[in-house]
Design a protein around this ligand. Structure first.
Ligand code: F6P
Length: 515
C-alpha cells in the first residue's frame, strides 16, 4: 500500500502538527535514554540519530508506516529476485554481486537466483585475476576509466576513498564528461604504450562515453599505439556493441544491475586494479554484511530502515526539502556526488508504481562537501539561515597519516558542529544569535577500510530503497534522463546547420549565437 494510504500516515500528520514546539535541547533534558535509544551499531558503522527532530512516538508511527506500506514485503521481493523494477520488467539484484558463492545463505537462495550467483562469481574471479595481472604489469602506468553516471561515480569515489590502499606506481584517471576538455587534459600527460583504457558503460550506447572512447582510440592510434586489444577493455552488459567497437576483452554484467548500483560488478574494475583482489573482496564482504543486516535485523534496530523512515518523516511531514552530507574525511570528497545519483536518480520521481501522480514530495535535494571545508563556506546558512537543513556527518575515528594533532582537531570539529547546530546561542543578541535546535546525524566508522566503505555504501543503497518503498515509487528506473538526450540529438544537428525553425524564441536566439 502506498505510504499516504495507510493509517500511520494520518497519525504522522497529527504528530507533525504537534511537533511545532519540539526542541532537541528539551528532548535531551527530559529523556536520559535519548542518545542510546536513537543510536545503534550496524556492520562497519555506528550511527547516532539522536540529534534529529523525532521522538519515540514518531519513530513508533514510522515503524508502523513501514509495516503498513509493505516495505519489508518489498524488501523480501528484491532479495527473492522478483522483477520489482516493473517499468523495465527487471529484477533488482545488485546485492547478489556481493553474495558469497557458498554457505547457508547461498543455499537458501531461490534456484533461479542461485544460477545467477554462479555467473556472478565466474565473472568476478575473471575480473579480479585480470586486475591482478594489470597490477603486476609494469608497462601499464596509467589506467583511464571512460564512463559516466554509475559507470564513473562509484569507482571514482571508491578509488579516492581507499587511496591509502591504492597501489603505488600507477595512476588512475576518470573521464566522464562529453566536454572534450576533460579527455584532452588527461591525455596530454599519457603515453599510449603505458595506458590502459577501460570503457565502462552498461548500455554501451551512452553518447558521452562513446565519443570519449572513440577519441581515446583515435589518440591511441595517433600516438603509436598498435594493439588496441591489449589497451582497451570494456565493462558492459552489451558485449556485442563492445565487440563492434573493436574491443575483445570484456567483463560483463546483467540487466538486473542498475547503473548507480554497479560498483560491485565489472564496473568496479578500476578499483580492483587500484586496491587488489583481496581488498575488493573485503569491500564486497562489508556490503554483504549490511545486506544481511537489512534483511534480518528487526525493523526497530535496522539502520537502513530507521534512516529511510527518518528521510520520509523529514520530507513529507516536517517538509525539509534537502539534506546536507558532510564527510569529515578528505578521501570521501566524491561521496556526495555519488550519493546524489544514488538518491536523486532513484527517488526523484513524481508518479507511483502504477503511474499515478503523487500528491507528496519524494527525493530530497542531496548536496554536500567534506568538512572542515564546508564549515568555511555554506555552514553559515545551516546555522543561521531560515531553512532547516538536516545534516549528515560521516566521521572516521582513525587516520592513516602520522599527524595525530590533525585528527583530533578534525574530530573535535565534527562534534562541535553537531553540537553548535543543536544547542545554538542566544545570549549575544541579533546577528550573533544561533537559533539551535538544528538536526543532524553522525555516522561513525572506526577506519576507512574497504569493508567499512562497502557497508557504508550498502547502507545508503538500502535507506534509499526504504524511502522509495514508502513513497510507492520505482526506485530502479530513470526515465527522467531521456528527454534531454533526445533534444540534444536534435539540437546537435541544428548546431551543424544553423536551422532554428520551430524552436522556441529563447533556444533559437541562443543557438544562433553558438553556430
Ligand atoms: O543517463 C543516465 C544513465 O543511464 C545512468 O543511469 C547511468 O548510470 C549512466 O547514464 C551511464 O549509463 P551507461 O553505463 O549505460 O553508459
Amino acid at each position: 500500500m502506498r505510504g499516504d494510504q495507510t493509517a500511520a500516515w494520518q497519525d504522522l500528520i497529527k504528530q507533525a502538527e504537534a511537533f511545532a514546539g519540539f526542541d532537541l535541547r528539551d528532548a535531551f533534558a527530559s529523556d536520559p535514554q535519548r542518545a542510546s535509544h536513537f543510536s545503534q551499531e550496524a556492520p562497519g558503522v555506528f550511527a547516532d540519530l539522536s540529534k534529529n527532530h523525532w521522538d519515540v512516538k514518531v519513530e513508533a508511527d514510522l515503524l508502523a508506516l513501514a509495516e503498513q506500506a509493505g516495505v519489508l514485503t518489498h524488501r523480501n521481493r528484491m532479495f527473492k529476485g522478483e522483477a520489482i523494477n516493473a517499468t523495465e520488467n527487471r529484477a533488482v539484484m545488485h546485492w547478489l554481486l556481493r553474495h558469497p558463492a557458498e554457505g547457508a545463505a547461498a543455499d537458501a537462495l531461490p534456484a533461479s537466483v542461485k544460477a545467477s550467483l554462479k555467473d556472478v562469481h565466474d565473472t568476478l574471479n575473471a575480473m579480479l585475476s585480470f586486475a591482478e595481472k594489470i597490477r603486476e604489469d609494469a608497462q601499464i602506468t596509467d589506467v583511464v576509466n571512460i564512463g559516466i553516471g554509475g559507470s564513473d561515480l562509484g569507482p571514482q569515489m571508491a578509488v579516492l576513498a581507499l587511496q591509502s590502499f591504492v597501489l603505488k606506481g600507477k595512476r588512475f584517471h576518470f573521464v566522464s564528461n562529453v566536454d572534450g576538455h576533460e579527455l584532452a587534459n588527461v591525455l596530454q600527460d599519457l603515453k599510449a604504450e603505458n595506458t590502459l583504457f577501460l570503457v565502462a558503460s552498461k548500455s554501451f550506447t551512452t553518447v558521452d562515453t562513446m565519443i570519449n572512447a572513440v577519441s581515446a582510440k583515435r589518440w591511441f592510434e595517433a600516438h603509436g599505439g598498435t594493439v588496441v586489444s591489449r589497451h582497451f577493455v570494456a565493462l558492459t552488459s552489451n558485449i556485442e556493441a563492445a565487440g563492434k567497437f573493436g574491443i575483445q576483452t570484456c567483463f560483463g554484467f546483467w540487466d538486473w544491475v542498475g547503473g548507480r548500483y554497479s560498483l560491485w560488478s565489472a564496473i568496479g574494475l578500476p578499483l580492483a586494479i587500484a586496491i587488489g583482489a583481496d581488498k575488493f573482496r573485503e569491500m564486497l564482504a562489508g556490503a554483504h554484511a549490511m545486506d544481511q543486516h537489512f534483511q534480518h535485523a528487526e525493523t526497530a534496530q535496522n539502520l537502513p530502515v530507521r534512516l529511510g523512515l527518518l528521510d520520509v518523516w523529514y520530507r513529507n511531514f516536517l517538509r525539509y526539502t534537502s539534506r546536507c552530507l558532510a564527510p569529515y574525511h578528505s578521501a570521501l570528497k566524491r561521496f556526495a556526488p555519488y550519493l546524489q545519483q544514488l538518491e536523486m536518480e532513484s527517488n526523484g520521481k513524481q508518479v507511483d508504481q502504477t503511474g499515478q501522480v503523487l500528491p507528496y514530495g519524494t527525493s530530497p535535494v542531496l548536496w554536500g562537501e567534506p568538512g572542515t571545508n564546508g564549515q568555511h563556506a555554506f555552514f553559515q546558512m545551516l546555522h543561521q539561515g531560515r531553512d532547516v537543513v538536516p545534516l549528515e556527518f560521516v566521521a572516521v575515528k582513525n587516520a592513516t597519516h602520522a599527524m595525530p594533532d590533525h585528527q583530533t582537531l578534525l574530530l573535535s570539529n565534527v562534534l562541535a558542529q553537531a553540537q553548535a547546530l543543536m544547542v545554538g546561542k542566544s545570549d549575544a543578541g541579533g546577528h550573533k544569535n544561533f537559533p539551535g535546535n538544528r538536526p543532524s546525524t553522525i555516522v561513525l566508522l572506526e577506519d576507512l577500510t574497504p569493508f567499512n566503505l562497502g557497508a557504508l555504501i550498502a547502507l545508503q543503497e538500502h535507506r534509499v530503497f526504504v524511502s522509495g518503498a514508502v513513497w510507492g515509487i520505482n526506485s530502479f528506473d530513470q526515465w527522467g534522463v531521456e528527454l534531454g538526450k533526445v533534444l540534444a540529438k536534435d539540437l546537435h544537428s541544428r548546431l551543424l546547420t544553423g536551422d532554428v525553425s520551430g524552436l522556441d524564441a529563447s533556444t533559437a536566439q541562443l543557438l544562433k549565437r553558438l553556430v
